[in-house]
Design a protein around this ligand. Structure first.
Ligand code: BES
Ligand code: MN
Ligand code: ZN
Length: 490
């Protein structure tokens, strides 16, 4: 485990394994760069372009053993988002130095100090993530200590708090990545539930796991229907965080499909390869609750997370079956591969019964959303424009890119069923919208936002912040949203 801290000491005076310093285009040296270092950089024919890296021995007069000069592009374009990404990019190489420090956050002013230091810690921690559970070879050395330097004029308390918060958020996000990266064979619904219980116990959250028998008694026909074809029974994880007494809570849910084979409407082999990630929504909600338990904001949050495995076993639901959801609505299951909305419908209906102030769900819901927005951008739908925009803004602020999509009510006719209240597929076009419209039927009149994270939950190529595999999106967004709400309520 790495410890992260803030320091306002002069960067050159502090002993460290490697000191990471920014170089900007037009030969503009960043904070901490000495004349000798700038000369070495120029001698290597580097110009400060993004992605450049020069590793040199710490020159005389600097306490650092080595210095890593990092090209950061034009200084005018260097945002906190850019900085988080720059540090994530270099983070995998820092472990071998034992300890690291950086001045990248120092580029920003006092007003942005807390945000910059937090983002620096996030970049370092998210970038250093590795999933080593199944590697027999010993993992490479882990960084023991990382220091983010900043100005002595900054509010040291606020900045240190931001650093601490960033560590908690990044560690939880990496835990969500572990849950996603663990193969479905080792992470069935009951195992997700055990992980949740273990987390809840350590963090001090109330956790109730609904067994399949309890789900039957409670009328959770969607969670059960999807799980019918699997030997691994479904579960629902219910978590409660109480930070504000009797206040009306915020409600969260996330799609927890342990593996999505498609069921009898089976996927082709290629599309199935990454389907262990179909519980990415569930993982991100678990991680968000973990963070809240640690940060203790004055707000109440409840979560109900449906976990099923979508398999084509002998007892699997048939295309054409009708299921009855929690609360009584029926849906006709024309395509068993449109299973996410079926399990979420139950959880949304259950949460809506509790009359929360708002509901947020996040789900690897549709391939159509990836066609619309690509692999990196989450589609955001909602029945309340202000709330939807608040989430989109939170996402973009923390570099979890989001775009608002229309909950176009005219398409409701596309999911009208001949025999049930609703059917679970529309037509080829507008698949992300009809999926969102399906979900909207289960939240009643409660303000609700739906994040379709089919693209950003998992990266096959790796992103700016995450190596290949689960990304933990949208943990940072949800944490920011809840923390900002709690702060505003004071
Ligand atoms: N889990 C998938 C969506 C998905 C696709 C997530 C690719 C991540 C990457 C979802 O359950 C699904 O299969 N959706 C279908 C819906 C269709 C049958 C209406 C889809 O998008 O093709
Ligand atoms: Mn599916
Ligand atoms: Zn799915």
């Amino acid at each position: 485990m790495t410890t992260y801290s803030f320091s306002s000491d002069p960067a050159g005076k502090v002993g460290t394994g490697v000191l990471v310093l920014p170089m900007f285009e037009e030969g503009d040296p960043g904070p901490g760069v000495t004349a000798a270092l700038a000369a070495a950089y120029a001698a290597a024919r580097y110009t400060g372009k993004k992605g450049e890296q020069l590793l040199v021995t710490g020159p005389a007069g600097l306490a650092a053993e080595s210095v890593l000069l990092v090209g950061c592009g034009p200084k005018a374009d260097f945002t906190i988002t850019e900085m988080r990404r720059s540090l994530a990019r270099v983070a995998p190489q820092l472990g071998r130095f034992g300890s690291a420090a950086t001045t990248l956050a120092q580029v920003f002013g006092a007003r942005e100090a807390a945000g910059a230091v937090g983002a620096a810690v996030e970049g370092l921690a998210l970038g250093a993530y590795r999933f080593t559970r199944y590697k027999t070879a010993k993992p490479k050395p882990i960084l023991k200590k990382a220091v983010v330097f900043g100005s002595a004029r900054w509010d040291a308390k606020a900045v240190s708090t931001a650093a601490r918060r960033a560590v908690i958020v990044a560690e939880a996000q990496c835990w969500a990545r572990d849950l996603v990266n663990t193969p479905a064979g080792d992470m069935p619904p009951a195992q997700i539930a055990r992980e949740a219980q273990k987390m809840a116990k350590a963090a001090g959250l109330t956790c109730k796991v609904w067994t399949d028998a309890q789900l039957v008694a409670g009328g959770f026909g969607g969670i059960l229907g999807v799980g019918k074809g699997s030997a691994n029974p479904p579960r629902m994880i219910e978590l409660t965080y109480t930070g504000a007494g009797k206040q009306t809570p915020i409600a969260l849910t996330g799609k927890g499909i342990a593996f999505d084979s498609g069921g009898l409407s089976i996927k082709d082999a290629k599309s199935m390869e990454t389907m262990k990630d179909d519980m990415g929504g569930a993982a991100s909600i678990l991680a968000t609750m973990k963070v809240l338990a640690q940060l203790k904001p004055k707000i109440n949050v409840i979560a109900a997370i449906p976990c099923s495995e979508n398999m084509p076993g002998g007892r699997a639901q048939h295309p054409g079956d009708v299921i009855r959801h929690r609360g009584g609505k029926t849906s006709e299951v024309l395509n068993t591969d449109a299973e996410g909305r079926l399990v979420l419908a139950d959880a949304l209906a259950y949460l809506a019964e509790k009359k929360p102030q708002l509901i947020i769900d996040t789900a690897t819901l549709t391939g159509a959303c990836m066609v619309a927005l690509g692999t990196d951008v989450a589609g955001v739908f909602g029945n309340d424009d202000d709330l939807t925009r608040e989430i989109v803004d939170a996402g973009n602020a923390v570099d979890e890119p989001m775009w608002q999509m229309p909950l176009h009510r005219d398409y409701r006719g596309l999911i009208e069923s001949n025999i049930a209240d609703i059917k679970n597929t529309g037509e080829r076009y507008g698949g992300a919208i009809t999926a969102a419209l399906f979900l909207s039927e289960f939240v009643g009149d409660i303000p609700w936002v739906h994040l379709d994270i089919a693209g950003p939950a998992f990266s096959e190529k790796g992103t700016a912040l995450a190596s290949r595999g689960g990304t933990g999106v949208p943990v940072r967004t949800l944490v920011k949203f809840v923390m900002d709400r709690a702060a505003a309520a004071k």
